[in-house]
Design a protein around this ligand. Structure first.
Ligand SMILES: Nc1ncnc2c1ncn2[C@@H]1O[C@H](COP(=O)(O)OP(=O)(O)OP(=O)(O)O)[C@@H](O)[C@H]1O
Length: 225
């Protein structure tokens, strides 16, 4: 479960004071609000990319652990954005393989490093589970926008995140691919019991089961300092 506690975003001319929020395993929280209000800023703070143009206070608790001051690479947070960056010189299988942890098991003994073959098999397994084996040997430049998004999500999941952040990930897709992609992505996240937070402009992208928070409801203009 992800918890956001006592969160306040403060800029020179405005402030947003959020109520405490929790996102349970497999649940989706959608952050909405007008352009420029701070949706991506909040997402970046959750990611661990501390914004410089505002001050953000508050605590981020992930699975009971306070991760507020941890570096990005220690947070186990996945990110899916509109521009999915895949390594152009690696095929889909190897792009996923690259994201798989080299030490898959947490252990108090000397950790066992997985072999390249084990990781390549695991990547193929992931593609098999979602009927995308046929994409395994393709290179990123030969994928459609929808396929890129799917591979991007699978690669983000390969890294075994404990929370997934989505920043308008389907905005560039045509309306029907976008709807299919959204349904598919949320199904994967729910099945894997991952709490997710998505920024969205478009109500069409928001599944009926999602929790929503509109930043405009908590926005206050303040005196210019
Ligand atoms: N790197 C930056 N330096 C200075 N100001 C910034 C920076 N990034 C964002 N801002 C400002 O912070 C405010 C919040 O920006 P943010 O990108 O979080 O808004 P948003 O709600 O995600 O907008 P949109 O829906 O248009 O993407 C805006 O006023 C923006 O101009």
């Amino acid at each position: 479960m992800l918890e956001i506690i006592n969160c306040q975003i403060e800029a020179k001319t405005w402030r947003i004071t959020l109520p405490d929020i929790d996102v349970q395993k497999g649940e989706l929280l959608v952050i909405t609000g007008p352009s420029g209000i701070g949706k991506s800023t909040l997402l970046h703070w959750l990611l661990g990319n501390i914004p410089q143009h505002v001050t953000i206070k508050g605590q981020i608790i992930l699975s009971g652990i306070n991760i507020t001051n941890l570096a990005i690479e220690q947070r186990r947070v996945g990110l899916l954005m509109q521009d999915v960056y895949l390594f152009p010189h690696l095929n889909v299988q190897d792009n996923i393989c690259f994201a798989l942890p080299k030490y898959p098991q947490l252990s108090s003994k000397k950790p066992q490093r997985s072999s390249k073959k084990q990781r390549r098999d695991a990547a193929m397994n992931m593609l098999e589970q979602i009927n995308l084996v046929h994409l395994g040997t393709r290179y990123p430049q030969n994928l459609s926008g929808g396929e890129r998004s799917r591979v991007g999500l699978i690669r983000a999941l390969a890294n075994q995140p404990q929370v997934m952040l989505l920043d308008e990930p389907f905005a560039a897709l045509d309306p029907s691919t976008r709807e299919q992609m959204g349904d598919w992505a949320f199904q994967q996240l729910t099945e894997q019991n991952i709490p997710s937070v998505m920024v969205s402009h478009d109500v069409e992208d928001i599944p009926a089961s999602a929790k929503q928070i509109c930043l405009a409801d908590y926005y206050q203009a303040s005196e210019q300092k």
